[in-house]
Design a protein around this ligand. Structure first.
Ligand SMILES: Cc1cc2nc3c(=O)[nH]c(=O)nc-3n(C[C@H](O)[C@H](O)[C@H](O)COP(=O)(O)O)c2cc1C
Length: 347
């Protein structure tokens, strides 16, 4: 049963972080909707050795501590990503640190990697391991780490036997200095060590920011090809505020997500697809709120897609709707399957 339409007005009245906590509790107690209908075959896709029954996943940050991956899969998501998790628990920045810009379908957050740490996430993932499903682990570094790269290596070693794939997150704007790891030399050093830390054959993806110069993009693409990364996730939140009109909150510090991020993140996605010659699987994320948006990401180079912000406004029915609309879009344009539409708009 889907309780979201009943509780939606109440969730809108409390502050966003408390609303999120209540949502997670509701999902843990089994109040999430369930979409057990088989996904249309046209939406299935295989990438980095995993088979996805549909390309839509929950983006990192929704379930930082791995409390509800199975509720997200039951909702009809093709995969779930938990984290960002850091080795030691971390409380993050002072509250308030999440802001709704409802008129624009946007969110600004400056959480700062608040999470319960590796040990807690490991316990939860061990408990659900037998359930299967694709659950990726998004890893990060503690704010006060002496050697940030060592934190990422530890993430790989800690979750290797439990993660379907890893996301190396160096693109949060809320940990000072983190995004500097995206520079060519830094990125090479980081990813070389991270890849070496792996002993099992778990795919390792890199999540990048949308706020990158042309040189940054070319460097990232070159490193990804050189080191044969399994995939790139494009993109995290932006520090830009272009085109925002929502009064008070628009000036809050942090990363902007949701609708205003769509055009920008899709442009970076297409650039990265072009720069990597379509050789590296891309996950498109940023501002997806409809099947048409999801389709656009795919036409611009995404093999898989993720969302977060739109779910907080539209609720879980959005998952079923996006899948249905995506299948309709493919059919309308005479694509037999998702695979055939990937990157079709990239010149
Ligand atoms: C409240 C909030 C927390 C987030 N936390 C993380 C995080 O811990 N790690 C991460 O890689 N991305 C995080 N993100 C970014 C999302 O995964 C996603 O890349 C971004 O929000 C763009 O997608 P959207 O427009 O569909 O929300 C967070 C986003 C929001 C709104």
């Amino acid at each position: 049963m889907n309780f979201f339409p009943l509780v939606r007005p109440a969730l809108g009245l409390v502050d966003p972080e408390s609303a999120h906590r209540l949502t997670l509790l509701g999902l843990r107690w089994g109040f999430g909707p369930s979409d057990r209908a088989a996904d249309p075959v046209a939406l299935s896709i295989s990438r980095f050795g995993l088979h996805f029954s549909n390309p839509l996943g929950i983006a990192a940050g929704f379930d930082k501590n791995g409390e509800v991956p199975d509720a997200m899969l039951a909702m009809g998501m093709g995969f779930a990503e938990v984290g960002t998790v850091t080795p030691r628990p971390q409380s993050g920045n002072p509250r308030p640190r999440i802001f709704r810009l409802a008129h624009e379908g946007a969110v600004i957050n400056r959480l700062g990697f608040n999470n319960e740490g590796h040990a807690s996430l490991r316990r939860r993932l061990e408990k659900r391991k037998a359930r299967g499903g694709i659950v990726g682990v998004n890893i990060g570094a503690n704010k006060d780490a002496a050697d940030r790269i060592a934190d990422y290596e530890l993430g790989i070693r800690t979750f290797e036997d439990l993660a379907s794939y890893f996301t190396v997150n160096i693109s949060s704007p809320n940990t000072p200095g983190l995004r500097a790891l995206q520079g060519r030399g830094e990125l090479e050093a980081l990813m070389t060590r991270v890849l070496k830390a792996r002993t099992l054959n778990v795919p390792i993806l890199l999540k990048i920011a949308p706020d990158l110069t042309d040189v940054d993009r070319a460097d990232i693409a070159a490193v990804a090809l050189d080191l044969k990364l399994d995939g790139l996730i494009v993109s995290n939140t932006t520090i830009e505020r272009d085109g925002l009109v929502s009064g008070a909150h628009a000036k809050e510090t942090g990363g902007l997500s949701g609708k205003p991020l769509f055009a920008m993140s899709t442009k970076v996605l297409a650039d990265i697809y072009r720069l990597t010659g379509g050789k590296i699987p891309l996950i498109g994320v940023g501002g997806i709120a409809s099947g048409a948006d999801a389709y656009k990401k795919i036409r611009n180079g995404a093999s898989l897609i993720q969302l977060y912000s739109a779910l907080t406004y539209d609720g879980p029915d959005l998952v079923t709707r996006i899948k249905r609309e995506l299948a309709e879009n493919l059919k309308r344009d005479s694509f037999a399957c998702l695979e055939d539409a990937i990157g079709i708009d990239v010149k």
